[in-house]
Structure formats: structure tokens, C-alpha cells
Design a protein around this ligand. Structure first.
Ligand code: ADP
Ligand code: MG
Length: 695
């Protein structure tokens, strides 16, 4: 139940005086249907009425406030003309201009011979001063605000009506209990909530609109704390008491490790250690494994899955594309065989009797590890006892899907989410809440940095000549054609055309060229990938279907056409496809100019660094979190006052703060706990509060 203190704020905006059905609709469109939406609708600008020039010195274009005497009224001769009222101070005259005016009304508010204070934007028209539709016509300057907040509008919504509604809503803000730690407030110089809110709505200078003002930071912190508390409460619920201990005896893992042609890196060992500890505890594991492309996450996943199998459970490994599923199967098969366990695949391609047999074996526990695409989510897929679900390259999956897999097979499984998009901490916190995070730092030994060059499209011929030489020497290359969102057909045509052009240019050099794209039948696509992997084709022209996870160690050249169309994370992913073997690799980013600022910054970042975390931070700055992870997944759509970039520092504090709060008062029962419940409701985190027991 929502605390009663909040009732006034959750009233509909139509309950405000002056807000009728028409206005309600428009306001709801820009802010929301409730008073609370209005108070969180912060101003985007400020009108300053303190400029009080003499008319002769007034600068056109500025908002000015002038004391004038009313001289005369000039009704229009034709209807389309405006009504004019001439006014003057001692220095000059000016026309107040009214379109579609009501003559009687103007006579009432501006009777000739009277003195008035007028405020509005002054313009110069044919060398004469005029002011169209003054904002204020008053007798007493004190009745007019010096500074006014400006709110984002929508067509048909008068600024004054919205401002008035916001003022009305602010008047309903009750005296809230303080939910923040007093010492923290003091240290940060934060005012109480209601004061901060009032200040945020009363800007005087442009600077008062900055996210850095104490008022806005306080409000942002409130929202961030609500968000972190909510995520932690939800996670606590997900983890529940129902986790299971999974600690294998290490026999299967030992066999698999013995079959590895390399030693695990320190980064891999550390991550594994964290994962195994989590699995062994009776709490449910919800862990995010971050590792740059090529850091070797797959083996870590396999060993974690084997741990589950050793402990008598089944495991699932989920990947976003068919190609990746096949690749995982192929690369893990030898180790599975060495360990003596049974591996199976399940994708959209498995159909009919084969699929039925797999499902039966799965339900009977005859399959130890199932690798699949989102086909794993199908209703009829049932494990005998799923212990661990690993989700690879998770940014392709939505939150809902993550949850579905967790619900499969009776008791909730442990979940390990692997991502090669290094997510900045701030973002990880909002998108994944309090998921534990392991990072694989460093890469397997012997990797050389990929030399990155940025070039413009007119130099394509040079590039092809260079490519011809490299391929003739036995190197292998990817050529990525961009995905243009509007039409898959056009993308495909572009890729096909490019492949044809390259065939013509390189055919004489006996270079075989493959093509892989999203519209191909799965079997064809796999065949094309396999041909490239085996070296039968040396150049693979592709749309971004190769983006995620594809592993061909022999590939040393990556050409990305229309690189300016890709996001940083994507470019980083693509570049990560090369530099996987022992050979020296290069990445050529071909752009079609002219470049916008963002594209320029992106390409420069790519040239300057190959540190995935640096790139991710930059990506966050350039694109914002919504685009980076997808709106839904970033969790950012939930924020109204906090700005993940400007308030990133606060997010980290809120995270620690929330953790401390819940460790001391997990049910939010003490006095501050009560106040925090109000905070959660205030920011619409009702679902999280429901996880708390009522009293
Ligand atoms: P990603 O983290 O991008 O998923 P992969 O798991 O696909 O990376 O690993 C990339 C490549 O590195 C694979 O060919 C894999 O066999 C290899 N690899 C993984 N771990 C090591 C290691 N410790 N030493 C050498 N090579 C490794
Ligand atoms: Mg991978």
C-alpha cells in the first residue's frame, strides 16, 4: 500500500484548479497523468525578467520589462492585420502587437492614459520597436515574477498553463520524512527533498539548470537510491532462500583442462574461482562475467558448466545466433568428449523427430549440457534438473528472457551472464542491479594488438590492392558491409554487390570469396562460415552477423565499410574478430564522409585504444546508455531526474549506500526504513516494496 503521505502527489492532474480535460491531455503528454509527474518535470530553461531598459536603449531580441504609459489603440483595418496598442516611456514609443485580439479586453487591461508594467520579448520591426503578445501586463511590478522556469512543451500547450500546473503540483508536496542520511546530506550540502525540488523549479540563471546544482544532484540521488534499493530487493527475492549448493569434485574439470592446448590465464582462473564460490553457496548465483572480446570466456563457461554436471545437475549455454551455437558446440565438443559428458544443440533448426529425441533425452537427464539459441525458451523445453544457465553475449537478450530461463526446471538455476561489451560500472549497476560482476582482465598470451587504420572510401582501390597481396600470402580477411536499418533487402544487395565486385578484383589472384548475411538459411550460413574457418574461402564478405563471438584465429584483416555507421561497441566487437591468432592483424575502418562530430570521435577512439573498458566509457558518453544497451535493457528509461553520465559518481555512492541500508535493515522496518519506503513509492518502485513483508 502506498503511504498515505503520498496520496496528494498521486492524484490526477485534472484535480488541479484550472486543468480541464483538454489541458489534462496535453500535460499528460509532456509530463504524465499525476501530480508527481509534474513535480519531476524539471525546467529546461529560464526566463529572466530583470532586464529593465529604457525603451530607447532596449536591445531587440531580449526579454525586457518596461514601465510605460498607454497612448492609443489602433484596431486593424483588415482582419488579418494585428491590433496595436502604442505605449511609451520618456525615451521612446513602442507598439504592443496582438493578433486575433479582443478589442474590448485590450481596452480593459490597457486603457489609454494608464501606466503599466509590460514584460515580453522586444523586437524591432521596420526600425520601430514592438512587442508581440506581451507575457505580462500589470499595474504593480511585484505581481510579476522576476524569473520564470521554462518547461518542455507540446503543440497546443500554452507555457503559462503548464507552469501554473507545475506550481499547483508543487504546492501539494507534503513535508516528507527524511530518507537520506543526515551526515551525507550535510557533507554534500543537500537541502531537504521539498526544498531541493522547489529550488530545481526556480532557476534564476542558466547555470541553475545544470545537472550539477546541489538541488538537482539531491533529487538525482534520491532517484538513484530508490533505483538501487529496488534492484537489490528484487535480486534478494530472485536469489531467495532456494538456491542450491553446487560443488563438484573437480574430476570432469580436470579432464577438460588436461585436454586444453593452453594454460588458463590468471584472469580466467580468478573469474572461475569467483564463480565456483558462488555456485557452492546456498544463495542463488546471479553473476555477470565481463571479458573483452577474445579474453576466453567460453572456456570459463564450460568449466562452470562442468562443475554443475559434477554436482549432478544439467547446464545450459545460450547464445544469440545459430552460428555461435554451432561454434560453441564445435569448440567445446573435444573437451566434452575428454570429460565424458553429453553435449547437445537446440536451435530453430532442430525439428521433428531429432528435436523430440533431444527433448526426451534432456528431460531424462541424458544430456548434460544443452547449447542453444533462444529456442531454449520454448515452452516444451524441460530439463531434468537445470543447475546452471550461462547466457553468452547477453546484450542481445532482454531482461524478460533472462528471467524465463531462470524459471526452467523446477528450482531456480544459477545464472551466469557473459558479455563482451564491457559495461561501465555505472551502467552495469542500473542495468543489472546488484548482479555480482567478474571481470576477465588481460587476454591470453601471444595476442598482438590490432593495428587500426581509418581511411576514407575514395581510397578503396588502394585497400583492395593491399588486400590482394595479403590474401595471396595466405592471410584471411573479413569484409563487413554495413547494416542500414531501413531495409534488410538493400543491405543484402549492398553486400552481394560488394562480394561480386571483390570477386572481380581478386578472382584472378585465385582468391575465393564467401558471403554470409542474416537472411541466409541457417545451413547456408554455417556452410559459409565453415568454409572460411577451414580456409576454403579466404575472404568473407558479411553483414554484421559475424559481430558476436565468431572465432577464426587465422583471420588477420578486418575491413569495415561505412564504419561511421557503427557504434563504438560494435566496432570494438568487429575488431575483436581478428588478432586472435599468432599473426599480426589489422583493422581498416573505411568511412564515407563527411563525418559528424560523433562519428569522428568514435573513429578516433578506435584508433587510439583497444581497451574495451575505455571504449565502453566513451561509448556511454557519445551515445548515452539507452542506445548503448537498448533502452529496455539499460534500465535508463526508468530515470526522470538522474542523468547517468552527469551523476555517475552518485550512482556508485547510491549503490554502496543501498547495500549498507539493507544489511542493517533488510525489511526497511526502522524509522529510516519507513522513510525509504516512501522514497520507493515516490519513484514508482512499487514492485520492489511488495517484496518486503508488510510489517
Ligand atoms: P571470448 O571471450 O571473446 O568469447 P573465446 O572464449 O572465444 O573469447 O576465446 C577466444 C580464443 O582464445 C579461442 O580460440 C580460445 O580457444 C582461446 N583461448 C581461450 N583461453 C585461452 C588461454 N588461456 N590461452 C590461449 N588461448 C586461449
Ligand atoms: Mg565468446
Amino acid at each position: 500500500m502506498r503511504p498515505s503521505i503520498l496520496f496528494p502527489l498521486f492524484a490526477e492532474i485534472r484535480t488541479l484548479s484550472g486543468v480541464g480535460p483538454k489541458l489534462e491531455k496535453l500535460i499528460a503528454k509532456v509530463a504524465g497523468p499525476k501530480l508527481v509527474d509534474l513535480i519531476f518535470d524539471l525546467p529546461v530553461g529560464v526566463v529572466d525578467r530583470s532586464y529593465r531598459p529604457r525603451l530607447i536603449a532596449a536591445e531587440p531580441g531580449r526579454i525586457a520589462t518596461v514601465a510605460v504609459g498607454v497612448l492609443d489603440h489602433f484596431p486593424p483595418r483588415v482582419k488579418s492585420q494585428p491590433f496595436k496598442v502604442r505605449v511609451s516611456d520618456e525615451s521612446a514609443a513602442m507598439d504592443l502587437v496582438f493578433f486575433r485580439a479582443d478589442a474590448k479586453y485590450l481596452m480593459e487591461i490597457l486603457p489609454p492614459g494608464s501606466r503599466r508594467i509590460i514584460s515580453g520579448r522586444i523586437e524591432s520591426f521596420k526600425d520601430k520597436l514592438q512587442m508581440p503578445h506581451p507575457d505580462y501586463v500589470v499595474e504593480d511590478a511585484a505581481t510579476m515574477p522576476q524569473h520564470e522556469p521554462v518547461y518542455a512543451l507540446t503543440e497546443g500547450l500554452p507555457a503559462k498553463s503548464l507552469a501554473k500546473a507545475v506550481r499547483g503540483a508543487l504546492a501539494h508536496v507534503p513535508a516528507m520524512p527524511e530518507w537520506q542520511d543526515p551526515a551525507f546530506l550535510k557533507r554534500e550540502g543537500f537541502a531537504p527533498f521539498a526544498e531541493a525540488l522547489a529550488a530545481a523549479h526556480a532557476p534564476i540563471h542558466e547555470a541553475d539548470l545544470s545537472p550539477e546544482t546541489p538541488a538537482r544532484r539531491r533529487l538525482a540521488y534520491d532517484e538513484l537510491l530508490a533505483n538501487q534499493l529496488a534492484l537489490m530487493l528484487i535480486r534478494a527475492q530472485l536469489r531467495g532462500p532456494a538456491g542450491r549448493r553446487m560443488a563438484g569434485d573437480g574430476k570432469l574439470r580436470a579432464k577438460a583442462i588436461a585436454a586444453l592446448p593452453f594454460a588458463l590465464t590468471d584472469g580466467q582462473l580468478t573469474a572461475l574461482d569467483e564463480i565456483e564460490k558462488d555456485m557452492a553457496s546456498d544463495k542463488r548465483m546471479l553473476r555477470l562475467l565481463q571479458g573483452d572480446v577474445g579474453s576466453g570466456k567460453t572456456i570459463v563457461a564450460l568449466l562452470a558448466l562442468l562443475n554443475a554436471v559434477e554436482a549432478g545437475f544439467q547446464g545450459a549455454l545460450m547464445a544469440p545466433t545459430e552460428i555461435l551455437v554451432r561454434q560453441h558446440c564445435a569448440s567445446l565438443e573435444p573437451y566434452a568428449r575428454a570429460a565424458g559428458i553429453r553435449l547437445a544443440a537446440l536451435t530453430g533448426r532442430e525439428k521433428g523427430a531429432g528435436r523430440d529425441a533431444t527433448l526426451r533425452a534432456l528431460a531424462a537427464g541424458e544430456i548434460d549440457i544443452l547449447i542453444g539459441t533462444h529456442a531454449l525458451f520454448s515452452e516444451d523445453v524441460a530439463f531434468r534438473d537445470l543447475g546452471l544457465a550461462v547466457i553468452d553475449e547477453q546484450h542481445r537478450f532482454g531482461v524478460h528472457q533472462r528471467m524465463t530461463l531462470q524459471a526452467k526446471g523446477g528450482k531456480p538455476a544459477d545464472v551466469l551472464v557473459m558479455t563482451a561489451t564491457p559495461i561501465p560500472r555505472t551502467l552495469a549497476l542500473t542495468a543489472f542491479g546488484d548482479m555480482d560482476v567478474s571481470r576477465i582482465l588481460g587476454r591470453p598470451p601471444g595476442r598482438k594488438p590490432v593495428e587500426t587504420r581509418v581511411m576514407s572510401a575514395p581510397r578503396l582501390d588502394d585497400l583492395i590492392a593491399h588486400l590482394k597481396m595479403a590474401l595471396a600470402q595466405g592471410q584471411r580477411a573479413y569484409w563487413v558491409c554495413p547494416l542500414v536499418e531501413e531495409s534488410e533487402k538493400i543491405d543484402l544487395a549492398a553486400a552481394e554487390e560488394r562480394a561480386a565486385m571483390l570477386r572481380q578484383a581478386l578472382g584472378a589472384a585465385k582468391i575465393n570469396i564467401g558471403l554470409v548475411h542474416g537472411r541466409m538459411k541457417a545451413a547456408e550460413r554455417d556452410a559459409a562460415m565453415a568454409a572460411f574457418k577451414s580456409g576454403e574461402t579466404q575472404l568473407l564478405v558479411a553483414t554484421t552477423v559475424i559481430e558476436v563471438g565468431v572465432d577464426v584465429p587465422e583471420a588477420t584483416i578486418m575491413v569495415v565499410e561505412h564504419a561511421e555507421r557503427f557504434g563504438l561497441a560494435q566496432l570494438h566487437q568487429l575488431r575483436g574478430r581478428v588478432g586472435r591468432g599468432s599473426g599480426k592483424s589489422s583493422c581498416l575502418l573505411v568511412y564515407h564522409g563527411p563525418l559528424g562530430e560523433t562519428a569522428k570521435a568514435r573513429l578516433k577512439t578506435m584508433r587510439d585504444t583497444d581497451d574495451g573498458f575505455v571504449i565502453a566509457e566513451m561509448d556511454l558518453k557519445l551515445r548515452g546508455p539507452g542506445e548503448m544497451l537498448g533502452k529496455r535493457q539499460s534500465g535508463m528509461e526508468d530515470f526522470r531526474l538522474a542523468d547517468p553520465v552527469a551523476h555517475g559518481d552518485l550512482l556508485a555512492v547510491a549503490h554502496d549506500d543501498a547495500r549498507l541500508i539493507l544489511s542493517r535493515d533488510p525489511e526497511l522496518k526502522n524509522t529510516r526504513g519507513d522513510a525509504l519506503r516512501v522514497l520507493l513509492y515516490l519513484f514508482g518502485r512499487d514492485a520492489a516494496v511488495r517484496y518486503l513483508r508488510a510489517g
